[in-house]
Design a protein around this ligand. Structure first.
Ligand SMILES: Cc1cc2nc3c(=O)[nH]c(=O)nc-3n(C[C@H](O)[C@H](O)[C@H](O)COP(=O)(O)OP(=O)(O)OC[C@H]3O[C@@H](n4cnc5c(N)ncnc54)[C@H](O)[C@@H]3O)c2cc1C
Length: 542
């Protein structure tokens, strides 16, 4: 019996309290919350956990300075409070980031307005402020970021928000839910909802990788499918009007072009763009445009890449960013509530809906507020079903589990010879689960070898991802469990070692690995498809 067979058997074996459809951050947060309150939980996602929108973000846990302009004070207040909670429960995955907001002559937001906005931002953060903002002179701004365009620079705002690892936060929620007994499966697509005479009682789920279909029974079903939510609502009530108006946003990954994290004003449409440090790279984003293609196939196009490049080259003229400098791109769809007006001003607030069959849909929101959205969804389920359940603890319990004495003794023994910097990195990334990596290396020291010179990951981390972190494919491992896909070789130099490890330690047959390598190449190519003729690029030839 394969691990997949066991998963499907466990999903079929009982009637769960809750079936969550969608393993993005919202679904993952709901599974963690519900499992912590003692409910039995199943969760399915048609792709990998976080592979929808929740790994395509700007990687910020933030109040959203620009929402102040649209008068969304409550959203900013709530987000800043959540920022503080997430820093407490996941300090390694959500960490402070200092941002510089340069102001130029003729900008739509002059220095006084930026100052006022940042002052209000601090005020709304209240006791949770990371560091009060400051306005600095043009000279000081240049000292901080020497690459900034000098011409017309008037001042800059300096403030703090938080950066995060989106895919790993999503996974941490899933893993903690699993640790509490939830049954969570990736590559499982809901094809239909099961109904009794008056309510939904589960879903028909297809194993995308094998084509098998099973029924998953549950007392309550939650639709947490982000931008796909209207499609699942239609499975419940055919023809129900859509509640979402998703917008597309893309990011570029380029060689490091700025020392500081920058929040810059776009000229043409007054959008605010980020240029953020991302390992050895800079992450540039984002755009906001209507979605014209199926959500599964979203990719950056040449115009969107051009728009971001132009803004970068205007603010950091020395960077001379060319199409060829773009290492990778990614695109996602914001699950915005249907709105009137421009995409930029659309609300990032969320809404819970219960349809006539009892399907609970969690609509809208942002990554930053996921924990709160999950709490409200689980509160609603408990109230509707009159369940006796524990109170919500998701804001108090560490996302990366607490250790226990037995593992602590083992920990001390295993860490004696490990480089403290490496150990610190693992603790941030894996929490106490780093113990599994240490055990692997203890048994086979060769697994402590780096996979290739272009990133810090070791062989043991690949095995850990496959064995302990529910990764099913090479793309899951290279793009979401690790960030190898965003290193200078994009994982291509490590591919043969990765496949060797997966064959030996995870028992994946060669033919399946060949299929997964091809899928990974397609994944990389999608990120470069904006370059006309990219299909013949060196990446494809390797
Ligand atoms: C470009 C961009 C930048 C952003 N930046 C930020 C930011 O910096 N900070 C912030 O707070 N927010 C940000 N957001 C918003 C944030 O990313 C989203 O609000 C959040 O990730 C949505 O999570 P979700 O779980 O609702 O949706 P998703 O992450 O999309 O998850 C939904 C899941 O449902 C699955 N699914 C769909 N249909 C089915 C089915 N039939 N069966 C099974 N599974 C199914 C999908 O595979 C998917 O994994 C950004 C969004 C975008 C697009």
């Amino acid at each position: 019996m394969t691990a997949r067979d066991v998963l499907l058997a466990r999903l079929r074996a009982r009637t769960f309290d809750v079936l969550v459809i969608g393993g993005g951050i919202v679904g993952a947060g709901i599974a963690r919350d519900a499992a912590m309150r003692g409910l039995s939980v199943a969760l399915v996602d048609q792709g990998d956990f976080g592979s929808g929108t929740s790994s395509k973000t700007s990687k910020l846990i933030h109040g959203g300075l620009r929402y102040l302009e649209h008068g969304r004070l409550h959203l900013v207040f709530e987000s800043l409070r959540e920022r503080s909670i997430l820093r407490t429960i996941a300090p390694g995955l959500v960490y402070p980031l200092s941002l510089l907001l340069p102001v130029y002559e003729g900008d739509r937001r002059p220095a006084w307005k930026v100052n006022l906005g940042l002052w209000l931002y601090d005020l709304l953060a209240g006791g949770h402020v990371i560091r009060p903002h400051r306005m600095v002179s043009a000279r000081r701004a240049l000292a901080l970021e020497p690459g900034l365009r000098l011409d017309g620079l008037r001042a800059a705002g300096l403030f703090a928000d938080c950066q995060m690892d989106d895919a790993r936060i999503c996974l941490a929620n899933i893993l903690q839910a699993v640790g509490l007994g939830a049954v969570c499966g990736n590559y499982l697509r809901v094809r239909a909802l099961l109904k009794t005479t008056n309510r939904i009682c589960g879903a028909a789920v297809e194993d995308v990788r094998s084509g098998r279909v099973i029924d998953v029974q549950a007392q309550a079903v939650v639709n947490a499918t982000g931008p796909w939510a209207d499609q699942v609502r239609q499975l419940s009530v055919t023809g129900t009007p859509g509640r979402l108006a998703p917008t597309k946003g893309i990011h570029l990954i380029v060689p490091r072009i700025a020392r500081e994290a920058l929040f810059v004003q776009g000229r043409a449409d007054a959008r605010m763009l980020f240029i953020l440090p991302w390992g050895d790279y800079s992450l540039v984003g984002t755009t906001d445009s209507p979605v014209h293609s199926p959500l599964e196939t979203l990719a950056a196009d040449a115009d969107e890449v051009g728009y971001l490049r132009e803004t970068v080259n205007r603010v950091l003229p020395g960077s001379s960013l060319d199409e060829e400098d773009v290492v990778a791109t990614f695109a996602g769809a914001r699950p915005l509530l249907a709105f009137s007006g421009s995409p930029t001003t659309a609300s990032r607030e969320h809404h819970l809906e219960v349809d006539r069959w009892g399907l609970v849909s969690v609509l809208g929101g942002k990554f930053t507020t996921y924990r709160r959205m999950a709490q409200q969804a689980v509160d609603l389920l408990i109230a509707r079903n009159r369940w006796k359940a524990e109170r919500c603890l998701t804001g108090e319990v560490s996302l990366l589990e607490a250790t226990h004495p037995a593992s602590l003794a083992h920990w001390q023994e295993l860490t004696r010879t490990v480089d403290p910097d490496l150990l610190a990195r693992w603790l941030i990334r894996y929490g106490i689960s780093a113990l599994h990596i240490l055990r692997l290396i203890d048994r086979e020291p060769g697994l402590a070898q780096p996979l290739c010179p272009h990133h810090e990951y070791l062989g043991a981390e690949i095995i850990h991802a496959a064995a302990q972190e529910l990764a099913c494919t090479i793309t899951d491992i290279l793009a979401r469990r690790t960030r190898i896909a965003w290193s200078s070789c994009q994982g291509l130099d490590a591919l043969s070692k990765v496949t060797g490890l997966l064959q030996r330690y995870a028992g994946i047959p060669e033919a399946e690995l060949d299929r997964q390598v091809e899928e990974y190449r397609q994944f990389l190519m999608r990120g470069l498809a904006f370059r006309r003729g990219a299909v013949g690029s060196p990446l494809a030839a390797r």
